[in-house]
Design a binder for this molecule. Structure first.
Ligand SMILES: [Mg+2]
Length: 231
């Protein structure tokens, strides 16, 4: 991968120097390519599906924001990123645990979850520039839902040469096998493929194959997009 200079502290994207940009880029989905809009909007949309009418304002927002971390503690042995049924169960059971959220509300929140995804800052511009420059683009995600309808909705589905989803391929990040599958799908050596993600645990598994990784929090992903963009 390129050697980069600058720290972006001035608010300007850090720029690359030295060797060329990677010929292929893999993106994590959650909190990299996409982020979730506000929990209040999520609850509002779910309310339309609840027979008892608008959902109470007392619904604990933190329970929703922390659902997957809480699910990991409640169901440590459940591999929900490999199984859509387990994925739904983990979500609904975690939200309704201790009667914090009624089950019908939890089910409604799950049903409208894909509608809450929106493109992260800088993603559209990066995808357009990378595609125009002929870079190979892929997504590699631990998820048990099909994200392709969201890609279609955003008008970027055709920009990706590979969409590798854990529940479809039977392995999860950081298992190097899923990164090998992604690089093979793009037709590149892992060493020529940059992985951008937000998890210093999950998204670095390709390093075992020589794949460079950029790990950034969701609010800083635009900097990684700037680094990986064609000049
Ligand atoms: Mg992520």
């Amino acid at each position: 991968m390129s050697e980069y200079s600058g720290d972006g502290a001035s608010g300007q994207p850090v720029r690359a120097t030295g060797r060329p940009r990677p010929s292929a880029v893999l993106l994590d989905f959650h909190n990299t390519l996409a982020v979730v809009r506000s929990v209040d909007e999520w609850i509002d949309e779910a309310s339309d599906l609840v027979a008892t009418g608008p959902v109470s304002v007392t619904i604990p927002r933190e329970r929703i924001r922390n659902v997957w971390g809480d699910a990991r503690r409640l169901f440590p042995a459940l591999d929900w990123d490999l199984d859509p049924t387990a994925h739904r169960h983990a979500f609904v059971s975690t939200l309704s645990h201790d009667d914090a959220i009624p089950i019908d509300v939890a089910e409604a929140l799950y049903a409208v979850m894909p509608n809450q995804w929106m493109l992260n800052a800088g993603a559209s511009d990066f995808i357009a520039r990378a595609s125009a420059a002929g870079a190979r683009l892929g997504i590699v995600s631990n998820i048990a839902l099909d994200i392709r309808p969201a890609l279609e909705r955003w008008g970027i589905a055709t920009a990706f040469d590979a969409v590798i989803l854990s529940y479809e391929v039977g392995c999860v990040k950081p298992d190097p096998r899923i990164f090998r599958l992604a690089a093979d799908a793009l037709g590149v050596d892992p060493a020529d493929c940059l992985m951008i993600g937000d998890s210093a645990h999950d998204d670095v598994g390709g390093a075992a194959l020589g794949m460079p990784c950029l790990i950034v929090p969701p609010e800083g992903t635009w900097r990684a997009f700037a680094l990986a963009s064609p000049s």
